[in-house]
Design a protein around this ligand. Structure first.
Ligand code: CO
Length: 255
């Protein structure tokens, strides 16, 4: 948790069998974090307790700011392939109780760059001179999806005070003399650049970078606060039915 700060969790899935994922994620609360669902392929139906509803489909990303509280369900629908990730990003203390918001990032809003042997999809933040429409409103995370041809090298400068990790979706990567297979995450030690080389098959990986928050973390289930007292407060509000602040408008931003 400390090493990956401000990232809390990465849930990755890749299945061609709807039986694997049909159970989905029925009604559950979130507070104090952002959940970023990126679907390379698939279809996830999303509903919240205030009646907001939508689908996350092939090539799109839902960046949800849970803020003070969201009660929702995320149900994957049968698809030829369900392939993507959900990332949890911590919210800074001063923004944990911000109003909830949905940022729907369409496939067109994900900037695509072709370079020597690589295709880089810029989901948020910037890549070299390019700025994505989504920058992150609280934690300014750089989120890239990189497709790399066999044996090609890819490198990127990164601020030395940022947490940087990547997750290998397909193929393998050579990094600093070691080889890492698909479905592995690699956390980088402090430095000012990263450099990776694809193995003999094409590789695809996600790259994450952001400045750590360096704040205390009190985490229970899908609620992440700074103190145990704030967690107790959240669970007591759930018990009493006052968790969702219904008067508060949820903003929806379409990118
Ligand atoms: Co959720």
């Amino acid at each position: 948790m400390k090493d990956f700060d401000p990232f809390l969790m990465l849930d990755a899935f890749d299945s061609r069998n709807p039986g694997d994922y049909a159970a989905g994620f029925p009604w559950h609360p979130h507070r104090g974090i952002e959940t970023v669902t990126y679907l390379i392929a698939g279809n996830i139906e999303h509903k919240d307790s205030l009646g907001n509803t939508g689908n996350i489909r092939d090539g799109s990303c839902q960046w949800m700011t849970a803020g003070c509280g969201i009660l929702h369900q995320e149900m994957p629908l049968p698809s030829p392939r369900m392939f993507g990730t959900q990332l949890w990003i911590n919210l800074p203390r001063e923004h944990k109780m911000t109003a909830p918001a949905y940022n729907d990032i369409s496939p067109e809003a994900i900037v695509k760059v072709r370079e020597n042997g690589a295709v880089v999809h810029v989901i948020s933040g910037h890549y070299k001179e390019l700025q994505a429409p989504m920058q992150g409103h609280f934690v300014k995370a750089v989120y890239l999806d990189v497709e790399l041809e066999p044996e090609k090298e890819w490198s990127l400068a990164s601020p030395s005070d940022h947490t940087v990790f990547l997750y290998i979706l397909q193929g393998s990567l050579r990094i600093g003399g070691n080889t890492y297979a698909a479905k592995r995450a690699v956390l980088f030690t402090p430095g000012d650049s990263v450099s990776v080389t694809a193995g003999k098959d094409a590789a695809r990986f996600l790259y994450f970078s952001a400045k750590p928050l360096h704040e205390p973390v009190a985490w229970s289930g899908s609620i992440v606060m700074n103190t145990r007292e704030e967690l107790k407060q959240a669970f007591s509000e759930l018990d009493k039915g006052t968790f969702i602040q219904e008067g508060r408008k949820i903003s929806e931003i379409h990118l």
